[in-house]
Design a protein around this ligand. Structure first.
Ligand code: BTN
Length: 254
């Protein structure tokens, strides 16, 4: 990738991308900010994202679509999630899935999280900062993380981060580029084929309620339809309104 800026330490690659654009110093066109270490890595729902120095991949891919309506922003989530899933499958990892909307899981464990921040102008996305953290070489995790895993844990190998970064970026760049020409239905079909919990009974939490539910659908706006396995009533949820409850996982620190 030509437009790649690397930091050994930064607060958050998403923040740095935003600053560079706002200060008018960003490279022209799409670019990537990558860091070995983040002091203020951000996750979804106001969470933090911690990663030891130079152990995992942390980067923000900044995309300036020519014409992408803001109401189609879920396509960015889908393309980014499918890219990391494809990368991991290419590394020989089995049982890779996308936990709606864009976490990547191996079995019931999380290997990658994304924080996608879109800036909208009128009906269109002006730019999208696609922040991605993928656990690559990490084998020890803090006790308070419920279900982390990494590529090394699944393959037993150590990886050169520069090489893995290039591989992921190539896949991501292609899939993001394809958004402008791909039909939304075919992207959806691919997304659903990798989705965790589709047509399966799992435990969900929504508000104060914990229930057995079955994901029945996800629409083009990213709304999730979950059927209550007992009452058979189906309800639509936006991101943040429903959460998969992960059963206690054996710790994998090695
Ligand atoms: C989540 O699972 O909650 C999302 C985690 C996103 C982490 C990545 S690491 C690179 C980029 N910079 C950030 O501050 N966050 C994202």
């Amino acid at each position: 990738m030509d437009n790649e800026i690397r930091y050994s330490i930064i607060d958050s690659t998403n923040n740095e991308a935003q600053r560079q654009i706002q200060n008018g110093v960003a490279p022209k066109g799409d670019f990537v900010i990558r860091a070995d270490f983040q002091t203020d890595g951000r996750g979804q729902r106001g969470n933090t994202w911690h990663s030891p120095n130079a152990t995992n991949l942390m980067f923000s891919y900044v995309y300036f679509p020519v014409k992408l309506e803001a109401r189609h922003q879920f396509m960015l989530s889908q393309a980014a999630a499918l890219s990391v899933a494809e990368y991991l499958k290419g590394k020989g990892v089995n049982d890779v899935s996308i936990k709606w909307p864009n976490d990547i899981y191996v079995g019931m464990k999380k290997i990658c999280g994304m924080l996608i921040e879109n800036t909208v102008s009128g009906h269109y996305i002006r730019y999208s900062i696609i922040g991605i953290g993928v656990n690559i070489n990490q084998t020890q995790f803090p006790e308070n993380l419920p279900n982390p895993t990494s590529l090394t844990i699944h393959t037993g190998k150590q990886y050169n981060l520069d090489e893995e970064f290039s591989t992921i970026i190539e896949i991501l760049r292609q899939k993001i580029y394809d958004i402008s020409t791909t039909n939304a239905d075919s992207l959806m079909k691919k997304y659903k084929s990798v989705m965790l919990g589709l047509d399966k009974t799992l435990i969900y939490r929504s508000g104060g309620k914990v229930f057995k539910g079955i994901i029945r659908d996800v629409d083009h706006y990213g709304m999730l339809t979950v059927e209550d396995a007992e009452t058979h009533e189906a309800q639509q949820y936006a991101f943040n309104e429903v959460n998969l409850v992960i059963p206690e996982q054996p710790k994998e620190n090695i």
